[in-house]
Write a protein that binds this ligand. Structure first.
Ligand code: PEP
Length: 247
């Protein structure tokens, strides 16, 4: 079996102006010799400028969401084609802040994944349970259900990743225990193999939720953890590099 190539992606969320590009440049400059694939997903307004600022380096750029349609009367939205045109090669889809704040369903996330593939973008598809769902003993059921519902069959053989992000761990400083992370990642891998056969063995399964330099080593070396999706700690190059170096 081919081992998943690790991916560390930083989600800047709605943070960053031109002044923040120096952080992306500092990350890019430190990547030589790193075996991981590393990406920063800045706000859409910065993708093109970030692409220019890190041109010629190994740092990849991604969007944080996209609309499923190519173009049209969708005020304020951005299509996958627009992100690709701006210099993105990846896109985060189905983040819990979009599922909860914008009512995004698994079916809509799957349509966005199709859009990403159409535009040549590599999707990072987020799944994760709420605290109530975990307390009710439903974490595995919820997460594997989201994997089945949000990943279209056309992903078979394509490059993509799944990010397990327990909603209660995002931005809270709380993290699941290592056995809890492993239990979910192993269940996601089994679901990927069930759905995609051998193709399900290669996509990295990222962990996301309060990853920081101090806990990265343990999290990144847990079973079936193939990288991280990092929010707050990706905003400063020093913190983000501390996580990358833990791989
Ligand atoms: C995220 O929003 O994807 C995330 C993981 O955030 P944080 O690292 O800040 O918890």
């Amino acid at each position: 079996m081919t081992s998943p190539t690790p991916l560390i992606a930083g989600n800047w969320k709605m943070n960053g102006t031109a002044a923040s590009l120096s952080e992306a440049q500092a990350v890019a400059a430190a990547l030589a010799g790193t075996s991981a694939r590393v990406a920063i997903c800045p706000p859409a307004t910065l993708v093109e400028r970030a692409a220019g600022a890190v041109k010629g380096t190994a740092l990849l750029l991604g969007g944080q969401d996209c609309r499923a349609e190519v173009s049209g009367a969708f005020t304020g939205d951005v299509s996958a084609e627009m992100l690709a045109d701006a210099g993105a090669s990846l896109v985060i889809l189905g983040h819990s802040e979009r599922r909860a704040g914008y009512g995004e369903t698994d079916a809509l996330v799957a349509a966005k994944v199709e859009a990403a593939l159409r535009a040549g973008l590599e999707p990072i598809i987020c799944v994760g349970e709420t605290l109530d769902e975990r307390k009710a003993g439903k974490a595995l059921e919820i997460v594997t259900g989201q994997v089945r519902g949000s990943l279209p069959a056309t992903l078979a053989g394509k490059t993509f990743s799944v990010a397990y992000e327990p909603v209660w761990a995002i931005g809270t400083g709380l993290t699941p225990t290592t056995p809890e992370i492993e239990e979910v990642h192993i269940a996601i891998r089994a679901t990927l193999v069930e759905v995609f056969g051998d193709h399900g063995k290669t996509p990295p399964i990222l962990y996301g939720g309060s990853v920081k330099p101090s806990n990265a080593d343990e999290i990144l070396h847990a079973a079936e953890v193939g990288g991280a999706l990092v929010g707050g700690a990706s905003l400063k190059a020093e913190d983000f590099l501390g996580i990358i170096k833990a791989l």
